[in-house]
Design a binder for this molecule. Structure first.
Ligand code: GAR
Length: 196
């Protein structure tokens, strides 16, 4: 039986597209629903056009009550009977309660070579630090932000004169290789880190 995957997005959803397209080929998992906290996420429009089920729970009316926001998501997800969640540019921090419920069943992609640069503005921070390489990481989600076991990484060079946008674009190309490759292995039961 294929693993049933929910993909969480907040914006453009290019990583979601890479995952969905890869699952369209012979694959141990299938995409069943795309979730967003952002009613205007372009990723949601793409998912609808692709014929996928979508769930939008706007975080704004919940204010600081993250648990209530997540409870609404959990309720909407129940009929989809998910095995795995892939966070793909999902820009809300999740509570320990939600994360613990999905322990070992929730993956995230982060645009840095973790453990370097957890959180936001990773490309600018790598440039400010004078790093010569940067990259992206797929990891299991644990309650500490961007801290779970690494499932895969890709390194990219930093070139003289790079802007944060140049670097983000170079990393994003590699994210689209890494995340599908890691999900394919993980859904088949292989947790060994993949270093591309
Ligand atoms: C990606 O670069 C992803 O790694 C990053 O947001 C971008 C989403 O792009 N995620 C984070 O920063 C998570 N903290 P996408 O919507 O085109 O996939």
């Amino acid at each position: 039986m294929k693993k049933r995957v929910g993909i969480f997005v907040s914006g453009g959803g290019s990583n979601m597209r890479a995952l969905v397209e890869d699952m369209g080929r012979d694959h141990p998992a299938e995409p069943v629903v795309v979730v967003s906290n952002n009613p205007h996420a372009r990723g949601i429009t793409w998912a609808q056009d692709a014929g996928l089920a979508t769930v939008v729970v706007d975080h704004y009316p919940f204010g600081r009550d993250r648990a209530a926001f997540e409870a609404a998501i959990t309720e909407a997800l129940a009929p989809h009977d998910l095995d795995l969640i892939c966070l793909a540019g999902f820009m809300r921090v999740l509570t320990a309660g939600f994360v613990t419920h999905w322990r070992d069943r929730m993956l995230n992609i982060h645009p840095s070579l973790l453990p370097k640069y957890r959180g936001l503005h990773t490309h600018a921070r790598a440039l400010e630090a004078g790093d010569t390489e940067h990259g992206c990481t797929v990891h299991l989600v644990t309650p500490e932000l961007d801290d779970g076991p690494v499932l895969g990484q890709v390194r990219v060079p930093i070139h003289a004169g790079d802007t944060p946008d140049d670097l983000a674009a170079r990393v994003l190309v590699q994210e689209h290789r890494l995340y599908p490759a890691v999900l394919r292995r993980y859904a088949a039961g292989d947790r060994a880190p993949l270093m591309l």
